[in-house]
Design a protein around this ligand. Structure first.
Ligand SMILES: Cc1cc2nc3c(=O)[nH]c(=O)nc-3n(C[C@H](O)[C@H](O)[C@H](O)COP(=O)(O)OP(=O)(O)OC[C@H]3O[C@@H](n4cnc5c(N)ncnc54)[C@H](O)[C@@H]3O)c2cc1C
Length: 458
């Protein structure tokens, strides 16, 4: 039991707010992005600075509390929050500063990717991230980061130059290639296992003012033809061109009315090259006569937030995932079957390409164990209504069972629910033991364990 006086003193010692069960904001505070998650923490600490985070870590540790750390709160399995825990919420540590001299970007540990895109775009820069702008920088960047710029500029972890972090003993350190090198290696994929990142320094990468972005969609009956074409096309495409493959149900506006509610397959594109070459680059796509095409120039900020409106906070989500090297014809058969069988309008399957620049790092450079995989695949059962929980869960699980035999083995750590130790090991494969050694050094008592946990052996 927590001593009321101790909590009061802790609350007064930080600049941010604390929230307890029974407080007016408690039920709002315990909501995360995935509406399926229903956890009741003991205490929320909304930290406003690294100093607040140090105090919160010390308070949690000294009072033997379970500690959860929340960045954007988007984690599939709700790993930013836990029952009876002290939740260290970072959402108030939110600033972005672009350094034009070095083309680097300093980002507060509680930012969303929308914050980063907004701040970097006027400078013609971007940091590779995902496909939804409300996702937190913290969880995505520490777990890997796949998205629209992966083929051109690599994974998000490939662009982390330095972090400031609070360790389990309350100390505040910097990790970079020159300082705490083991920690720098581990945080580029190892998630929140090693401490709380209060600030990231990213490489900023050049992007045009407007890229050519948007979807091309085909009727779901053409999934076999389009996927067989896509699997070869994207592996040989120039790195300026990115396109993830999806099966989906067309939502409402701005899509044309005759398509609303139709199941389709398609590719969402991002072309960073010269606008003069667009017709040539997209000729092979247009030769396949899409049933819907909406390609055009738009800023990177628009691309990264294009789907936000369709996926607001609070929907029910069930995630399954795999790394994929090849998509054999037998796997295509399964994609056709489960694509036609999408259980609800929000449910979808995405194949995110991670070839190109993401392949250039050596397998040992970061804990990302699948530099030879060509796609990070995710199948998500999604619906606003909790009544459909079982339906979306079963579809994702059955789909995964059918595809997993054609996968590379593990899955991207940020695309799985809370699936236990075997999944974590499969994700890190050959790097797991090295991660355990670093965990033993920096967090031997596993203070930071509400995550895809790397268990210390010490
Ligand atoms: C709609 C949606 C779309 C997505 N699209 C993509 C995509 O395109 N590409 C992609 O790579 N991923 C994508 N993801 C997955 C995303 O990377 C993970 O959900 C990630 O965990 C989100 O990070 P967060 O900070 O929002 O999550 P949180 O739930 O806040 O945290 C997730 C984990 O990270 C830890 N953590 C968070 N911040 C910090 C920090 N500053 N220091 C230490 N530990 C921290 C937490 O403790 C927790 O264990 C998507 C997720 C959603 C819900």
């Amino acid at each position: 039991m927590l001593n009321k006086q101790a909590i009061k003193e802790f609350g007064e010692s930080i600049r941010g707010e604390i929230i307890l069960p029974g407080d007016p904001g408690y039920d709002e505070a315990r909501k995360v992005y995935n509406g399926m998650i229903d956890k009741k923490p003991a205490l929320f600490a909304y930290c406003e600075s690294a100093a607040d985070v140090v105090k919160a870590v010390n308070f949690g540790r000294d009072n033997n509390m379970l500690i959860a750390v929340r960045g954007g709160g988007h984690n599939a399995g709700g790993l930013g929050i836990a029952n009876d825990a002290l939740v260290i919420d970072l959402s108030k540590i939110r600033y972005v500063r672009v350094d034009r001299k070095t083309n680097t970007v300093r980002v507060g540990g509680g930012c969303t990717w929308g914050d980063v895109d907004h701040a970097t775009h006027p400078f013609g820069l971007a940091v590779p991230a995902g496909v939804i702008s409300t996702t937190g920088v913290g969880g995505l960047a520490l777990g890997g980061g796949v998205g629209y710029l992966s083929r051109k500029y690599g994974l998000t972890i490939d662009n982390i130059l330095e972090v400031d972090m609070v360790l389990a003993d309350g100390s505040f350190v910097t990790a970079s290639k020159n300082e705490n090198e083991d920690l720098y290696w581990a945080i580029r994929g190892g998630g929140g296992n090693f401490g709380i990142v209060t600030s990231f320094l990213f490489r900023g990468n050049s992007i045009p003012e407007n890229s050519i972005i948007g979807p091309t969609l085909w009727n779901i009956d053409k999934t076999e033809q389009i996927l067989k074409w896509y699997r070869d096309f994207i592996l040989n495409a120039e790195e300026d061109l990115y396109g993830f493959f999806a099966t989906l149900t067309v939502p409402g506006p701005p899509f044309p009315e005759e398509l609303h509610g139709k199941k389709m397959c398609g590719v969402v594109w991002n072309y960073l090259g010269s606008h003069a070459t667009v017709d040539e680059v997209f000729k092979p796509v247009r030769d396949l006569k899409p049933d819907f095409e909406h390609l055009g120039p738009a800023p990177h900020t628009v691309l990264n937030s294009m789907f936000d409106v369709f996926y607001p906070k609070g929907l029910q989500w069930y995630w399954k995932a795999d790394f994929i090297k090849d998509i054999p014809d037998e796997a295509v058969v399964q994609h056709v079957k489960f694509g036609k069988d999408l259980p609800t309008p929000h449910s979808t399957m995405h194949l995110y390409p991670i070839n190109g620049a993401a392949h250039r790092l050596n397998g040992a450079d970061t804990p990302w164990a699948y530099r030879d995989a060509n796609w990070a695949q995710v199948m998500v059962g999604v619906d606003p209504d909790p009544v459909n929980k079982e339906k979306i869960t079963n579809w994702a699980k059955n789909y995964h069972n059918a595809i997993h035999p054609y996968s590379a083995g593990g899955a991207y750590i940020n695309f799985i629910m809370d699936e236990g130790q075997e999944s974590v090991k499969a994700s890190y494969k050959q790097h797991y033991d090295r991660l355990v050694k670093i965990k033993n050094k920096y967090d031997p008592k596993n203070l930071f364990r509400v995550n895809q946990n790397i268990k210390p052996s010490a």
